[in-house]
Design a protein around this ligand. Structure first.
Ligand code: SF4
Ligand code: MG
Length: 253
């Protein structure tokens, strides 16, 4: 971690609780880098998170005002805070299970209302912290602790869902695309209205295990092999895109 960024962290809580090789550590640093680079006043920030591994990114690690809320509810808490104090720069950081399953309605309606906040969704395609249950982002056929014979349901395309709901900025990148990711985070933070960044963040402990990939670096290689530029993806059929991720910007206002 670079020296200039240390001031943003509660250094006394390190090391993080993330498993070795978890993508969330990369994402935690990328968010701070983006905020620092655009000079967004740190004291104007409010971070809200729900329940799950990704929800630990801001709280306790960021030396800032944080709300570690109920499962699925960080967008609702963030909405209330923004209405009470419109001067706050409100950022929600949580996982795919939290934001897209139990919190799915809060997410799409906040996008529809175009509430001025940034939502960063760490998508690892599984419930990591609770032991590896199927998530609404798990691929068709994925084996998880609750789908031992394979997931019978197709996943949400979260970025397209939020874009269709009316967000002002939507992008999806992997933690392996760090420069693009930081650029997207900066744009999202500077967007007036609802902005959404979906971040593909590998979970070696649960998703890797069920995918039959033991080493974290192999899971990162596997994820990289599944990324497709969203402009190229536009001419690909749904069958070709199954199991892949279109990455790039989907909505720019
Ligand atoms: Fe990361 Fe998965 Fe471990 Fe949670 S369970 S900290 S998501 S690797
Ligand atoms: Mg998850």
């Amino acid at each position: 971690m670079s020296e200039e960024l240390l001031k943003y962290y509660r250094q006394e809580v390190f090391p993080t609780p993330f498993c070795p090789g978890c993508g969330h550590g990369i994402l935690m640093g990328a968010i701070v880098r983006a905020i620092h680079d655009i000079d967004m006043p740190w004291e104007s920030m409010l971070f809200a998170s729900g329940i799950g591994c990704a929800a630990w990114i801001p709280s306790p690690h960021y030396k800032a005002d944080t709300l570690h809320t109920l499962h699925g509810r960080p967008v609702a808490f963030a909405t209330g805070a923004k209405l009470f104090n419109p001067n706050l720069n409100v950022v929600v950081i949580s996982g795919d299970g939290d934001l897209a399953a139990i919190g799915g309605n809060h997410l799409i309606h906040a996008a529809r209302r175009n509430i001025d906040m940034t939502v960063i969704c760490a998508n690892n395609q599984i419930y990591g912290m609770t032991g590896g249950q199927v998530a609404p982002t798990s691929d068709l056929g994925d084996t998880t602790v609750t789908t031992p014979w394979g997931n019978p349901e197709p996943p949400f395309d979260l970025s397209k869902l939020v874009a269709a709901a009316g967000a002002s900025y939507v992008a999806r990148y992997s933690v392996t695309q760090i420069h693009y990711l930081i650029k997207a985070l900066k744009k999202a933070l500077q967007t007036k209205g609802f902005s959404f960044v979906e971040v593909l963040s590998p979970c070696p402990t649960q998703y890797g295990k069920f995918r039959g990939i033991k080493a974290a670096q192999e899971l990162y290689k596997d994820l990289k092999s599944r990324l497709v530029n969203q402009k190229d993806a536009q001419s690909m059929s749904r069958d070709v895109l199954r199991g892949k991720f279109a990455t790039g910007e989907f909505v720019i206002s």
